[in-house]
Ligand binder design. Sequence first.
Ligand SMILES: [Zn+2]
Ligand SMILES: [Zn+2]
Length: 443
Amino acid sequence: MSAPNHMKIKIALAAVLLASPALAAPFDVAATKKAVAAQLDKDYPRLDTLYKDLHQHPELGFQEVATAAKLAREMKALGFTVTEKVGKTGVVAVLKNGEGPSILVRTEMDALPMEEKTGLPYASTAKTTWNGKETFVDHSCGHDIHMAAWIGTARALVALKAQWKGTLVFVAQPSEESVTGAKAMLDDGFIQRFGKPDYGFALHVGPGAAGQVYYKAGVLTSNSDSLELTFNGRGGHGSMPSSTIDPVMMAARFTVDVQSVISREKDPAAFGVVTIGSIQAGSAGNIIPDKSVLRGTIRTYDAPVRDKILAGIERTAKATADMSGAPAPDLAIVSGGKAVVNDAALTEKTAAVFKTAFGPNAIATPNPGAASEDYSEFILAGVPSVYFAIGGYDPKAMAEAKAAGKPLPVNHSPFFAPVPEPTIRTGVEAMTLAVMNVAQGGQ
Ligand SMILES: [Zn+2]
Ligand SMILES: [Zn+2]
């Protein structure tokens, strides 16, 4: 027997009212921040130990086996259901805590093939084999800070689980530096296996004072494509150029002329960069080589600008070879990271909490960065997200550097050395508040 119609309407109305975010308990940012800070006081020594351990034992992209095992162990101990080897070395840790949205929190695990020169007591001396060669390994992008903050956030959310509802989907992704790790996890059925999260968050440490949080709606990082161009000439004696086709000349011409794609073809108001960072040709001053190889990077924010620049590069390369009477050049464009575009509404909601929690230390950044980041793959898979940044510099070191007129080393420098405290603390506070802000209302 079915209920009379008016009763059905009443039941439906009640359901709507109960689900309405307006009726959810107001999110007391200041009190929650205090509770997170108190939990951090307990957890910090453990996070510091974990950070320094990760820092001293860095692993390169898709080699993060020991790193993944450490993170998996921590998350299992917290009560998460942990799945390893998602996208080769990725880790997915899920915790259900009642009815509510599912929220993705992502860290990267990989380090870089370079030698650390910070001189820190916990500096990395690790080495590994990379592309057949032995290399040093260093967490010089700060992904170790992200992992410590990721574990700290999980610990804070578990400790405060009476104050929010929903499902946490904590993702530790491999190989961000190659901008292929996120895609590897998605290709391994991340969405099918764990569901599509309703919201996503990620953070990155960067230049800026420790304790500061930076946010921006919309486009945040650039599309990144790499180019490799080979001009095929005809080698010969340097004294007899007329019997050769000079590929060094073609490389020089192309390097200069390709910039006219940027200055004359692209809309001057749109962001777009082409950089030729490597030219390789020849072995001696009196030999005209038979080929030259150029490598470069192309950065853009939107697809039409990207298409225009790629077409311009192709045309310029062909025309350059044509001018020299050379055969068609070989041009390969490899697509790298796609632009990270933050969800406008979620950024506004998150920024409001950051402003209340961090006051003047919550900073809106006006311009997107030129760097690239494959968190964009999760956004393109349909997860509305906020990717934000935290500062990592000791304010004292910043003041000294400013007085000396010397910039501090940035990410990917062998001297990059974010201060663990308060950087990790700020990461945990910001990330925990961002998650609880959406888990609270269950909107
Ligand atoms: Zn990096
Ligand atoms: Zn990075």
